[in-house]
Design a protein around this ligand. Structure first.
Ligand code: NOJ
Length: 534
């Protein structure tokens, strides 16, 4: 008997970066009311799950990923009552809401940290990772922070260093302390009781550090110009075996609230990533799969190798997922190229597993250009090339000044991209051939066709060196997807499949019966083709 898939398996997740989505009160920053006002958009588009980057009270050293109180909402974004409204109104229109849970670190302005740093004997001292200086007075070990520099900050008052794997305003919690675990599980309960449908857990693979805090070894492959942190191999600061016990506990807690979803943010090679499903599939439902984000080149062979390797590595019964973009990486259009935006979108929305779509990617938004003096991102202040501001520019709703994100007289927190007059929801909604129309058509097909939302996956050999082709199949329904990653026309021959029916081309200009023994795709075209039932 085939199991009925869970909602999070058939859903498409849409990531909202709340600061940049919709400003409802004219302060230049997006907020919860803004999201509520746009709920109709998701129903129209065919999205069923929203994940919100953090909206908790925060000094915003890392734009909300530095949390000062886990059980409230930052006034910039609204109030707890607004969040309750969002959950209620979203549920009324069958949308699920996921929160970002950031358990690895708090803000240094969180009461827990204030207590912890007040003196060495404070009851919360051990809630964070404090160590004496090395014999030479320097940091206790050689670990580096993700935002540059070493990962330790010296506290004059108590004469010890505390660990911060990110910004120094983001001290790492000590997850080996059972009180920390309980306090954080209480946070999960707080939101689950309010009706939150699940969590995307920030840097879940970093939660536990080596018990002896040993030095990380040097990375022999690192060269000048590479990401500074990669100078060391994070053997002792990441992916420790004990983290799995913690994740199992989080999962048990979520499961006790019924069907909720646990998603882990994990940047690891595929074999290690797979361990986060848990030996008995009792850890993350979806360890985020960032294979496409790290891709060196967008060509058919690389993509096929990447998809096949991931599919093969999945443990039995584990549900796949695909991420094309997020708030930490250049937008897919800027990484893969404008020409490939549609092919990439067809790929994302036709592969097996839960897709995650980053706000604005449904339009083909590209990275914004941020003048040096306007850089906000802490990762970009010392290294402008590493700034994440370009992928966080305001959502482009229409052609009015500020693109409908903020009222016209307001200066948004980041500049609106200068292509907003044509690249926006209002214009693309009316255009039968737009990227937005393509996204919507793909989502509609994905929802209505069981082969797409729950079918098996099989890639096809020897199609052409620039095309990637695969078949999705469920209960006899078979769908072929062929994607041409080159600028040139390609004729393919799939003679054993005989004929098919084009349901959608990325150019949105052809449908109908075709002969698969001689089928021509235009440059950068993808086609979704119904095959006769098996
Ligand atoms: C990962 C988040 O996605 C990123 O935006 C943040 O800066 C770090 N974790 C630290 O929380």
């Amino acid at each position: 008997m085939q199991q009925i898939p869970s909602w999070w398996q058939t859903s498409t997740i849409y990531q909202i970066y709340p600061r940049s989505f919709q400003d409802s009160n004219g302060d230049g920053i997006g907020d919860l009311r803004g999201i509520i006002n746009r709920l109709d958009y998701f129903r129209w588009l065919g999205i069923d799950t929203l994940w919100l980057s953090p909206v908790y009270p925060s000094p915003m050293a890392d734009f909300g990923y530095d949390i000062a109180n886990y059980s409230d909402i930052d006034p910039t974004f609204g109030t707890l009552a607004d969040m309750d409204d969002l959950i209620r109104e979203a549920h009324q229109c069958d949308l699920k809401i996921l929160l970002d849970f950031v358990p690895n670190h708090t803000s240094d302005e969180h009461d827990w940290f204030k207590e912890s740093r007040s003196n060495r004997t404070n009851a919360k001292r051990d809630w964070y990772i404090w160590r004496d200086p090395a014999p030479n007075g320097g940091p206790p070990n050689n670990w580096l922070a993700h935002f540059g520099g070493n990962a330790w900050a010296f506290d004059e008052q108590t004469g010890q260093y505390y660990l911060h794997l990110f910004h120094e305003k983001q001290p790492d919690l000590n997850w080996r302390n059972p009180e920390v675990q309980q306090a954080m599980y209480d946070v999960l309960r707080f939101w689950l009781k309010r009706g939150i449908d699940g969590f995307r857990v920030d840097v879940i693979w970093l939660l536990i550090k080596d018990g002896q805090l040993r030095d990380n070894p040097l990375n022999p492959d690192w060269k000048e110009g590479d990401f500074p942190m990669d100078r060391l191999v994070s053997v002792y600061s990441h992916d420790q075996p004990e983290v799995h016990e913690i994740i199992r506990e989080m999962r048990t807690l979520l499961d006790s609230f019924g069907e909720r979803v646990l998603i882990g943010e994990i940047y690891l090679p595929v074999p290690r990533l797979m361990q986060y499903y848990g030996e008995n599939l009792d850890e993350a439902h979806l360890p985020f799969n960032f294979q496409f984000i790290g891709l060196a080149e967008w060509n058919a062979q690389m993509i096929r190798t990447c998809v096949d390797a991931y599919e093969t590595a999945l443990p039995a019964g584990a549900w796949p997922n695909w991420v094309l973009g997020n708030h930490d990486n250049a937008r897919v259009v800027s990484r893969a190229g404008k020409e490939l935006a549609r092919v990439a979108q067809m790929l994302l929305l036709t592969l097996r597993g839960t897709p995650t779509c980053y706000y604005g990617d449904e339009l083909g938004m590209q990275d914004g250009i941020i003048p040096l003096e306007m850089i906000h991102d802490p990762r970009g202040r010392d290294n402008p090339a590493d700034s994440r501001d370009p992928e966080r520019t305001p959502m482009q709703w229409d052609a009015t000044p500020n693109a409908g994100f903020s009222p016209a007289h307001v200066q948004p927190w980041l500049p609106v991209s200068n292509d907003y007059k044509t690249m926006n929801v209002a214009v693309q909604r009316e255009d039968k051939h737009s990227m937005l129309t393509l996204t919507r058509s793909l989502l509609t097909l994905r929802k209505s066709m069981a082969s797409l939302h729950q079918g098996s996956y099989r890639s096809l050999d020897a199609v052409s060196s620039t095309c990637f082709a695969y078949i999705r199949e469920h209960a006899g329904e078979r769908t072929l997807i062929v994607l041409n990653f080159s600028a040139n026309e390609q004729t393919i021959s799939l003679s054993d499949l005989a004929h098919g029916q084009i349901l959608l081309s990325t150019q949105l200009d052809r449908e109908g019966k075709i002969n698969l023994s001689h089928f021509t795709l235009r440059g950068f075209e993808g086609c979704l083709i119904a095959l006769p039932n098996a």
